[in-house]
Design a binder for this molecule. Structure first.
Ligand SMILES: Cc1cc2nc3c(=O)[nH]c(=O)nc-3n(C[C@H](O)[C@H](O)[C@H](O)COP(=O)(O)O)c2cc1C
Length: 179
């Protein structure tokens, strides 16, 4: 026997004795989920109090026809209400050089001082300098435990140039293509 170790072809060992029940250790569950690298987005919308944004890595593409994307706001977030009540919002995929934008909107969603942005005709705040932008109309909100899943129809998609900002293991980083 191998004493609970499984070996990948590259020789990296996974110790099976480290397996745990995520219901009993949410912190360790969060860290284990962090092994999955994602891009980083900033979701923005307009409110009566002004523009609001939030850094989110729960973004995913959902459907090509119709064009649908999703993301998941946390119920506990102070910004939950505006993002689930609004019909229009924009999702910005951050470029490698925009880690500070991600940090700032994770900390404070109401401070746009540091950002370059303008409002589109339906008043949604649009950030400049991103790798991609998806202007959305909310079509569904599904239950998802302590989060909800917001599904949006993409009304307008705008590609930018550059490399994606990556988030993994609790840290921002860059993307290196292999081959
Ligand atoms: C890389 C990264 C990804 C995040 N992804 C999400 C997300 O998908 N959904 C979410 O609700 N919050 C997400 N957050 C947390 C929010 O950006 C923000 O920090 C949190 O909502 C702060 O709490 P508040 O909204 O109560 O001020 C993420 C934070 C970081 C740094």
């Amino acid at each position: 026997m191998d004493g609970g170790l499984t070996q990948s072809p590259e020789g990296r060992a996974m110790n099976e004795t480290r397996a745990f029940d995520p219901a009993t250790d949410p912190r360790a569950f969060r860290d284990t989920l962090g092994q999955f690298a994602t891009g980083v987005t900033v979701v923005s919308c307009q409110t009566e109090k002004g523009p609001v944004a939030i850094t989110a890595n729960s973004f995913a593409s959902l459907s090509l026809d119709p064009p649908l994307v999703l993301w998941s706001p946390a119920r506990a977030s102070a910004r939950f209400a505006p993002f689930t009540e609004t019909d229009r919002y924009a999702i910005h995929v951050l470029e490698q050089g925009q880690a500070e934008v991600g940090r700032r909107f994770a900390k404070d969603g109401w401070d746009f001082e540091h950002a370059e942005w303008h409002a589109c005709p339906d008043r949604v705040p649009l950030l400049a300098g991103c790798l991609a932008r998806f202007e959305c109309r909310k079509v569904a909100v599904h239950e998802g435990g302590d989060h909800v899943i917001v599904v949006g129809e993409v009304l307008r998609a705008t590609p930018g140039d550059g490399a994606p900002l990556i988030f993994a293991q609790g840290r921002y980083g860059g993307f290196t293509a292999q081959g």
